[in-house]
Design a protein around this ligand. Structure first.
Ligand code: SF4
Length: 404
């Protein structure tokens, strides 16, 4: 089987090239002409950009706020439903080729544990799809948090969001890596996955407890501008808190350094996908470690200011016989202590996927690893596998049609 069916980014590209190959959709208003005459989505423009667009239509700028209110707070799907706009203006926008253009769930798969995995189509004319996951009781990695007490059949949920179609990072244990990188998602396409899922589950923003994890398909820090553009939309337009968001990176050092400069009211929590106790093993399971070593990643993480009581998360995938041995636990504990960071470790028993030559750790081994870390004074949690039966668990996201 060809393990690299799509072209990959090469590591000798500069970090700047990595992060600017697809600029944020929030910036260029004149980019609305798309090849093939396809319609331009409003979803993805923030209030200021919509106001500017309305001014260009010789309309008052506050019409932009009305559009933003409709698409980000009321979650309308059609321009015809934006009833705060005069009907003539709605018709004019539609005639000019504008549409709300929120990504839509085209297929849904439900696990026996309640997890739902969605195939999300970003545009009607786009054959590429991404995956988004709804976990109605979280992923078990936030032990100790209180329930919200609302009346739904879930108390706290987590949405796992994709940032790219496929991924170039090539972690050896990950099914998404097999797709290679196909394209970056725009800010609207990333934020749109979230709103589509919130809408499906009738989530009350500000009322229900929902966490976002940017841990789906792709490496967010290799699509940095669009990722942070999406965070801006979700925080400032949709009304979600950045403190309920976690972004996971495989260790893209220039991305972490940029992230450190983001304002606190826009910065999600940070997770580092570590997955090995030393550079030798990490280089085998995550080739990106050959570009940026653990020490370089940790140095960059130290520059990220943390809020009171905030901790950096180290994600650690347990691969049987590779990263789950007693000596690995001891070395990992030493490594985490040496960083001096306020940190916790999330342990993830590797989830199997077709064509990947690793083995799942035994449950007793996972428990022993967890105990060993705790015994060394490291805050550690076992992340419960969610949706394994529908390939929704960590590292299993690939195009649904191929794996269902
Ligand atoms: S684990 Fe994340 S960064 Fe690594 S290949 Fe998979 S999607 Fe990309």
């Amino acid at each position: 089987m060809n393990r690299e069916p799509f072209p990959r980014l090469r590591w000798n590209l500069t970090p700047r090239t990595f992060m600017t190959e697809s600029p944020s959709q929030l910036v260029p208003l004149d980019a609305r002409e798309r090849p093939g005459g396809c319609k331009e989505p409003l979803f993805g423009y923030d209030t200021a950009a919509l106001a500017k667009m309305m001014a260009g239509q010789r309309e008052p700028e506050w019409r932009g706020k009305q559009i933003a209110e409709a698409i980000y707070r009321q979650w309308v799907k059609e321009i015809s439903e934006i009833t705060t706009l005069p009907s003539l203006l709605r018709e004019k926008l539609a005639t000019e080729g504008w549409r709300v253009g929120r990504p839509r769930i085209s297929q849904a798969f439900r696990s026996i544990d309640g997890t739902e995995r969605y195939l999300v189509q970003c545009a009607p004319d786009d054959p590429l799809t991404v995956e988004t996951v709804w976990m109605p009781e979280g992923d078990g990695s936030e032990a100790g948090e209180e329930a919200s007490g609302n009346s739904k059949d879930w108390r706290r949920a987590t949405i796992c969001v994709s940032s790219q179609v496929g991924c170039a990072v090539n972690c050896q244990f990950c099914l998404t890596a097999k797709l290679g990188l196909q394209r970056n998602l725009t800010a609207g396409e990333i934020a749109g996955q979230v709103v589509e899922v919130l809408d499906r589950h009738e989530v009350g923003v500000g009322r229900d407890r929902v966490n976002l994890v940017f841990m789906g398909m792709g490496e967010p820090f290799l699509n940095y501008d669009n990722f942070m553009g999406a965070v801006g939309l979700l925080v400032r337009e949709v009304g979600l808190s950045p403190q309920r968001m976690t972004v996971s990176t495989s260790g893209i050092v220039p991305g972490i350094e940029r992230f450190a400069l983001e304002p606190e009211d826009l910065r999600p929590r940070l997770a580092i996908s570590l997955n090995a106790p030393n550079d030798r093993i990490r280089g085998e399971v995550m080739p990106i470690n050959r570009k940026w070593s653990i020490a370089q990643v940790v140095d960059a993480v130290r520059s990220v200011p943390l809020r009171p009581r905030e901790r950096v998360t180290f994600e650690y995938v347990l691969l049987a016989g590779v990263t789950d041995r007693a000596e690995d636990a001891r070395e990992l504990a030493r490594l985490v202590r040496r960083t001096g960071l306020a940190a916790k470790v999330n342990l993830i028993a590797w989830n199997p996927g077709p064509g990947i030559d690793y083995a799942m750790p035994a449950p007793a081994t996972v428990e022993a690893f967890h105990r060993a870390l705790m015994g060394e004074g490291i805050a550690a949690f076992i992340r419960q596998p969610r949706g394994r039966d529908i390939f929704a668990a960590c590292g299993q996201l690939k195009r649904t049609v191929e794996t269902s």
